[in-house]
Design a protein around this ligand. Structure first.
Ligand code: C2E
Ligand code: MG
Ligand code: MG
Ligand code: MG
Length: 280
C-alpha cells in the first residue's frame, strides 16, 4: 500500500512539475513579445521629503497588462526577463516611456521634481547605455539631474570595463545613481565607495521592523548615519504606518515612500496629488 501511495505521489509530483514547466514556458514565450505587443504600462509612486512633506519626485514601476485586463507585478516577471536576456529591452522601454510621460510636468517644475526608475545591473554591461540615456533625456528636454537610476543591491554589479565606463559617463553627465533595496544583497562598504551613488534606499524589510523594537531602530539609525557620512541622501521604502514615518523623520531620514504616503498609480493620479501633503 505504501508503495502504491508512493507511486501515486510520484505520479502527481511529476504532473505538478509538468504543469509548472508548461506555465513557465508559456510565460516565457509571452514575455518575449511584451514590447511589440505593447503590453507594458507604468505606474508611478511619489517620493516625499520627510522634513517638509513635499513630493520631491516619483519612481516609475513597470506592470504587464494581461489579456483579462489585470496587471502582472514586476516581481513575477523581471527575474525571468533577466534570466532569458530581455531585461535590457524592458528597461529601455521604461526609460524612453517614462521620460516621455513625465517630460511636461518635470519641465514645468524644473528643479523641484525628479524621475526615478529601476535598472537591472545588466543594463550597465551593455555598451552605449549611457549614450542611450543621454539621447532619451535630450529628446525630452530633460536635464540629467532630473533623472535617478535605481540599481538594486540584490544583483551584483559586475565590475567590468563597460560597467565602469557607463557609470563614469552617467556620473559626468550628472545623472543620479541610487542603491535600491539596501541591506538585502551585496552591500559592503567597498561597494558604496566604489560606485558614485547619490542616494541610498533602505529596504522595506527594515522599515516594517521599526515597531518591532530597539535593534531594528538602531540599525536604521546606523544606516542613515553611514549614508550621510558618505554624502548620500536616504530614502526609506515601504512606509505603511504613521509610527514608522515619525521614527524615520526624527532619525533624519531625508525622504520616504510607502503605501501610507501614496500608492503607485497612473501618472495622472499621481500628478493630482502634487501640492497636497503626503497621505491625503
Ligand atoms: P523596488 O524598486 O524596491 O520598488 C518598490 C516596491 O515596493 C514596488 O513594488 C512598490 O509598489 C512596493 N511598495 C512601495 N511602498 C510599499 C509599502 O508601503 N508596502 C509594501 N508592501 N510595498 C510597497 P513593485 O512595483 O511590485 O516592484 C517590485 C520590484 O520590481 C521593484 O522593487 C524593482 O526592483 C522591480 N522593478 C519594478 N519596475 C522595474 C523596471 O522597470 N525595471 C527593473 N529592472 N526592475 C523593476
Ligand atoms: Mg526601486
Ligand atoms: Mg527597493
Ligand atoms: Mg524593495
Amino acid at each position: 500500500k505504501a508503495k502504491e501511495q508512493g507511486r501515486n505521489r510520484c505520479h502527481y509530483f511529476t504532473e505538478d512539475i509538468n504543469e509548472a514547466l508548461l506555465e513557465r514556458l508559456e510565460l516565457e514565450a509571452n514575455l518575449r513579445y511584451v514590447i511589440v505587443r505593447n503590453q507594458l504600462i507604468l505606474h508611478y509612486q511619489p517620493i516625499y521629503s520627510l522634513g517638509t512633506g513635499d513630493m520631491i519626485g516619483f519612481e516609475a514601476l513597470v506592470r504587464w497588462r494581461q489579456r483579462d485586463g489585470s496587471l502582472r507585478m514586476p516581481g513575477s516577471f523581471i527575474p525571468l526577463a533577466e534570466e532569458i536576456g530581455i531585461i535590457e529591452d524592458i528597461d529601455s522601454w521604461v526609460l524612453a516611456t517614462a521620460c516621455q510621460e513625465v517630460a511636461n510636468t518635470l519641465n514645468e517644475r524644473r528643479g523641484e521634481l525628479r524621475l526615478a526608475l529601476n535598472i537591472s545591473p545588466k543594463q550597465l554591461e551593455s555598451p552605449g547605455y549611457a549614450e542611450f540615456v543621454r539621447e532619451q533625456l535630450s529628446r525630452n528636454q530633460l536635464s540629467p539631474a532630473q533623472l535617478e537610476l535605481e540599481i538594486t543591491e540584490r544583483v551584483l554589479v559586475e565590475d567590468t570595463q563597460t560597467t565602469r565606463e557607463n557609470l563614469e559617463a552617467l556620473g559626468e553627465m550628472g545623472v543620479r545613481l541610487s542603491i535600491d533595496d539596501f541591506g538585502t544583497g551585496y552591500s559592503s562598504l567597498g561597494y558604496l565607495q566604489k560606485y558614485p551613488f547619490q542616494t541610498l534606499k533602505i529596504d522595506r524589510s527594515f522599515v516594517c521592523n521599526i515597531s518591532g523594537g530597539e535593534s531594528a531602530q538602531r540599525l536604521i539609525e546606523t544606516i542613515i548615519t553611514l549614508a550621510h557620512g558618505l554624502g548620500m541622501e536616504v530614502v526609506a521604502e515601504g512606509i505603511e504606518l504613521e509610527q514608522e514615518r515619525e521614527f524615520l523623520a526624527s532619525s533624519g531620514c531625508d525622504q520616504g515612500q510607502g503605501f501610507m504616503l501614496a500608492k503607485p498609480a497612473r501618472l495622472s493620479q499621481v500628478l493630482a496629488l502634487l501640492g497636497a501633503p503626503a497621505g491625503e
